[in-house]
Design a binder for this molecule. Sequence first.
Ligand code: UGA
Length: 434
Amino acid sequence: MKIAVIGTGYVGVTTAASLGELSHEIMGVDIDKEKIRKLKLGTLPIYEPGLEPLLQQLLKDGALQFTTSIQEAVDFADIIFIAVGTPSLPNGEPNMTYVEQVAKEIGRTVRHDKIVVNKSTVPVGTADRVKELILHEMKAREIEANIDVVSNPEFLQEGKALQDAREPQRIVLGCSSEVATEKMLGVYAALEAPKIVTTPRNAEMIKYASNAFLATKISFMNELARLCDRLNVDITEVAKGMGLDQRIGDHFLKAGIGFGGSCFPKDVSALCSMGNQAHMEMSILQHVQEVNFTQPNWFVEQMSKIMNGLHGKKVALLGLSFKPETDDIREAPSLKLIPKFLELGAFVMAYDPIVNDKVKERFSEIIVTEDPYEAVSQSDAIVLCTEWRMFLEIDWRRVKELMEDNYLFDGRNVLNPKEMRKVGFSYWGVGRRL
Ligand code: UGA
């Protein structure tokens, strides 16, 4: 099939490459000329394991091409995926400007029947709105053609995007016609995942409900971890005991310094806004946000209590991205911790295997090093902020020797407390009492 993917951000590029791998002919589109120039040369604008070699292979095979012209892409494709961003507005609602602009552009350029697919995470009712915008533009040009708008949310996790695209746990197809259903089943025919065919509105809600539920699990565990800390209970043991119950499952039960990224915070807010507009109070989700918002403060308070204040202390942050295997720092817990440390008069050193300049630009007061051992050198405390594999394998004895004092705060509960204590650290994890 001939497919256009509009938007070459994280979702767009992964979608384009993974559909290319399914033997479709793909054209990626973006208005950003520099990005398209780089993509044509096989250079990814983001860090995502395995994606760049695949991109280069598909370019070489001629299965994937890029353009800045929507007209060219609309003429080329039978199926057009919209994969542009829907970032949060200050009031928590998603900013729909980019999706709406793309819909209008499609309406201004389309000449024949098309299937338009929303990959972007969008509020319930957006498929109808996109169709309306396209038809409105077509009417002004006196063009008649069948336009079907499908909601096909993506469930990729950054850092594991390619694996998720190759082995999806489900494919949700919100279709309003048989033609669209048949075509969309054809797009994914080579994948064995369960395919849920439903209405566009249901599909739109499935995406928000999934992300909000996962975020709820995390905030639930984070709140419980605070109680465990008080009651001398270990949250990781509790999670192990809970997770063996298949009704609960053992994923997303890791307590820590809170969830970040471009999806959970934005999507929980968007669902609350949808509730507001429908005059429904989303009280559970409001609390999920509240716990996530206060978790970094609580973490710093515990540090401060344990260390008798942070004024004049040197704190070394290990990891800055919102999670491992990505260079994404959107809503990263590190960005919430740094201002708190500075406010309390601490000196901050930081290291991340990939993220560097973006954080330096934001906080001129901190020192971001090129080497983890340099970051911890002469520090009083270490905060493990992002569980990059290299931190699990680091020479902790050497780290300890380089430090001034011996506090180790594990913001992700990934280190072995007993081993760390044996090395000589004063170890503290989030709700860990082992
Ligand atoms: C999330 C969803 O997991 C994807 O299914 C979805 O497609 C994506 O959003 C999206 O809407 O685009 P992502 O934001 O890449 O994916 O990251 P996750 O791996 O879900 O992690 C989100 C945050 O939760 C991270 O900060 C992570 O450290 C934190 N987390 C995760 C915890 O604190 N505890 C856990 O047990 C799991």
